[in-house]
Unconditional design. Structure first.
Length: 175
């Protein structure tokens, strides 16, 4: 029994660490009229959409609203504007590196032509560029030590009878 509890505890800790998307807060922005102005959109019934301003520094998200669908999204600096029809109830957020937040239920009713703010807490996405070597070292030991060495018809000075040079991959001539 203790072993089973231990396994459940370990699994829950690993799942908690894997969760890299969460909603910090959701609120209605009473003074924001973006949805009523020229930046607003209409849904398939001709009604004004609500805008959910998703505050995040990351990019590359996919949004899957409930059955009512979405009228698109726009990436802005520091936030993403998601257009949803009124009455929407939940949202799934996906990201290639950060994972998925499935079926987030809005804590309040989504109304026509209103603006909401969803603050999204995420892990960090790091891009690592690994440099490809693209060549290798040529090391020559000369006898006598003061011999002159040319690699691809270019003189290479050596020290104590040793010449070394990093060359790109391919064929090279030396003398």
């Amino acid at each position: 029994m203790k072993f089973l509890l231990f396994v459940i505890l370990v699994m829950s800790v690993s799942l908690a660490e894997a969760q890299q998307l969460s909603v910090k807060s959701f609120r209605k922005l009473e003074n924001d009229l973006s949805a009523r102005g020229s930046e607003g959109r209409t849904d398939q019934n001709g009604d004004r959409c609500a805008i959910i301003k998703i505050v995040t520094t990351e990019t590359g998200f996919d949004f899957d609203p409930d059955a009512l669908g979405s009228m698109g999204s726009i990436q802005k600096k520091g936030e993403i504007w998601l257009y949803v029809p009124y009455g929407a109830r939940r949202l799934t957020i996906r990201h290639a590196q950060l994972g998925m937040l499935r079926d987030y239920a809005y804590p309040e009713r989504i109304e026509k032509a209103c603006v909401y703010e969803l603050v999204l807490t995420t892990g960090r996405v790091r891009t690592v560029v690994e440099e490809e070597i693209g060549g290798q070292w040529l090391v020559l030991t000369t006898e006598p030590e003061e011999a002159m060495v040319y690699i691809d018809e270019v003189y290479e000075a050596g020290e104590s009878g040793r010449v070394q040079k990093f060359l790109p991959l391919g064929r090279h001539a030396y003398r």
